[in-house]
Ligand binder design. Structure first.
Ligand SMILES: [Zn+2]
Length: 284
């Protein structure tokens, strides 16, 4: 028979698991998260990112940058295609000629509409160093920059092209204030904005967790996953640095999403991108 004391103890445990205990402080949050349209990657053949069944299927990947407003300053996550591409409406083929990069509106113009100049960005990080994420990186050389050591070594080492990187996009960061990371990093020290190490797509790929004041936290994927269908199938694209590492990162992020109740915003998923408010609107 169950004693009343056991039942009371079970209730206390259940309550602790579901809601903050009386007197517990709510977790710190950022103030706003802006999703900025940073162009598209148009391909005539989706299959390298998905499965051979998609051979010859065209797709226009979304490409986003994200701006975080925190009490301690502005942080930019990823920097899209180069703003100069905005004057080339037909777009620019990528290095491997697997897709065409299109920039509809310059990032600097989107920032201006929010009321922010590149020099206002105090903190800058990129999910990884591929060209669709580093296009405007040189504009933010004055910020404090967060990079995984493994990504830094690949991007600034002797053979960046071996990893599919275009160093001209980010060469002005070489002398910048770069904080080299060996894993996760709490950007503002209050748990509201946390860089998560998710290697695999590139050697030092990373993702960003953001707590918000009025809605569930968000995990910005970077490219540890490209599309919802890939996430559901735990599928890794053929264009990838380390398949096993990528699968491990996906499994870890699955557990992290369940633990935090965060939503996964998949950077390149065009269907999901249409459901997220675009800057100058924002999510709180
Ligand atoms: Zn990408």
């Amino acid at each position: 028979m169950t004693s009343s004391r056991t039942i009371l103890a079970a209730c206390a445990l259940a309550i602790a698991g579901c809601a903050p205990l009386p007197g517990a402080r709510a977790p710190a949050t950022a103030e706003r998260l802006y999703d900025i349209d940073c162009g598209e990657n148009r391909t005539a053949d989706l299959s390298p990112w998905t499965t051979p069944a998609d051979k010859g299927k065209p797709y226009a990947f979304a490409n986003n940058c994200y701006l975080i407003k925190h009490a301690k300053g502005w942080m930019l996550w990823d920097s899209g295609h180069p703003d100069s591409y905005a004057s080339i409406p037909e777009g620019v083929p990528n290095q491997r000629r697997t897709s065409i990069a299109v920039m509809k509106k310059p990032l600097t113009q989107s920032l201006r509409e929010i009321g922010v100049a590149p020099s206002d960005i105090g903190y800058f990080a990129m999910s990884h160093s591929h060209a669709d994420h580093t296009g405007n990186a040189n504009l933010f050389a004055g910020a404090t920059i967060f990079m995984q050591q493994a990504e830094y070594d690949a991007a600034f080492g002797p053979e960046p092209q071996r990893f599919g990187f275009n160093p001209a996009n980010y060469d002005q960061l070489r002398g910048a204030r770069i904080v080299k990371l060996q894993g996760d990093h709490d950007v503002f020290g209050d748990g509201s904005v946390v860089i998560k190490s998710t290697p695999g797509h590139t050697p030092g790929h990373q993702s960003l967790f953001v707590r918000l004041p009025k809605s569930a936290p968000v995990l910005l994927s970077g490219d540890f996953v490209h599309l919802r269908a890939n996430w559901d199938a735990r599928r890794v694209p053929s264009i990838n640095f380390d398949q096993a590492q990528s699968l491990k990162s996906m499994q870890e992020m699955d557990a992290f999403l369940k633990q935090t109740g965060a939503r996964l915003w998949i950077n390149h998923d065009a269907e999901q991108a249409q459901t997220i408010p675009k800057a100058p609107a924002y999510t709180e």
